[in-house]
Design a protein around this ligand. Structure first.
Ligand code: COA
Length: 259
């Protein structure tokens, strides 16, 4: 895949497929990938031939394993705030997009990957999908809307369990807690998502857009997202965060000190 774009965009039958294309790094997200997704989402707003967007991951293993952690050691708290706000912008573009957005979760949806899926209007998961907000293992918290969006899907109790323990959830458990809409066999995922997308494409687009907006506007996000970006940034000044990220990069267990 060398030389290929990390985001592939294809319009087919009224559906815009956005594919995260860094499978050897489990589709973890760089800032460039956010720019490309944001551009694709903006283009779809203006394109009358498109009625629905699907976001998915290339490869068998991952939807998206979150932010590209290799960038973290060089981020200052100010840089971390920008990083958080960049991801939040993608999430907000999905939430406020006039057209329905489906996450086809083909594998790991971790950290920012889980947040990306959470922002979508529908989450259809392969039986192989796994969900987690593992930032706590890095001495961090979710920074792309997870602290605000996850509670609205699974309730505050489950959201705190996931965010504060970093527990990994299998697809059937994600279905039970309301994190996903449907779980299908891995080789039926694209078919199931395609069928849902066609239903949406042939639906009344103005009513669909209004329904989405009314449900999403009921969650007040502005202050919560800004507080999340602030807290995410402050954690970049802690020893625990440096230790957590170093431990991930060195493939060892972190030794946190509370500093
Ligand atoms: N950022 C950067 N690289 C990542 C990544 C991330 N978020 N997630 C996975 N990768 C890379 C790995 O470093 C590895 O690269 P390498 O082959 O150059 O060593 C490659 O993707 C494959 O991942 P690997 O860890 O070897 O696979 P695994 O099967 O042993 O473990 C996971 C899979 C998902 C459990 C593990 O990759 C993981 O914990 N990823 C981090 C998830 C995370 O914390 N996300 C939140 C970020 S804020």
């Amino acid at each position: 895949m060398s030389g290929e774009s990390p985001i592939l965009v294809e319009v087919d039958g009224g559906v815009c497929w956005i594919r995260l294309n860094r499978p050897d790094k489990l589709n973890s997200m760089t800032l460039e990938m956010h720019d490309l997704i944001q551009k694709a989402l903006d283009d779809v707003v203006k394109d009358d031939s498109v009625g629905c967007v699907v976001i998915t991951g290339v490869g068998e293993r991952a939807f998206c394993a979150g932010a590209d952690i290799t960038n973290f050691p060089k981020l200052s708290p100010a840089g971390a705030k920008e990083f958080s706000e960049k991801g939040q912008k993608t999430v907000q573009k999905i939430l406020s997009h006039p057209k329905p957005v489906i996450a086809a979760v083909n594998g790991y949806a971790l950290g920012g990957g889980c947040e990306l899926a959470t922002a979508c209007d529908f989450r259809i998961a392969s039986e192989r999908a796994r969900f987690s907000q593992p930032e706590i293992s890095l001495g961090l918290i979710p920074g792309w809307g997870g602290t605000q969006l996850l509670p609205s899907l699974v309730g505050p109790a489950k959201a705190k369990e996931l965010i504060m323990t970093g527990a990994m959830v299998k697809a059937p458990d994600a279905l039970q807690m309301g994190l996903v809409n449907e779980v299908v066999e891995p080789d039926k995922l694209i078919e199931a998502v395609g069928a849902l997308a066609q239903t949406l494409v042939s639906g009344p687009s103005i009513a669909l857009g209004k329904a989405k907006k009314l449900v999403n506007d009921s969650v007040s996000l502005t202050e919560g997202l800004s507080a999340e970006a602030e807290a995410f940034s402050e954690l970049f000044a802690t020893e625990d965060m440096k230790e957590g990220v170093a431990a991930f990069l060195e493939k060892r267990k972190a030794d946190f000190k509370g500093k």
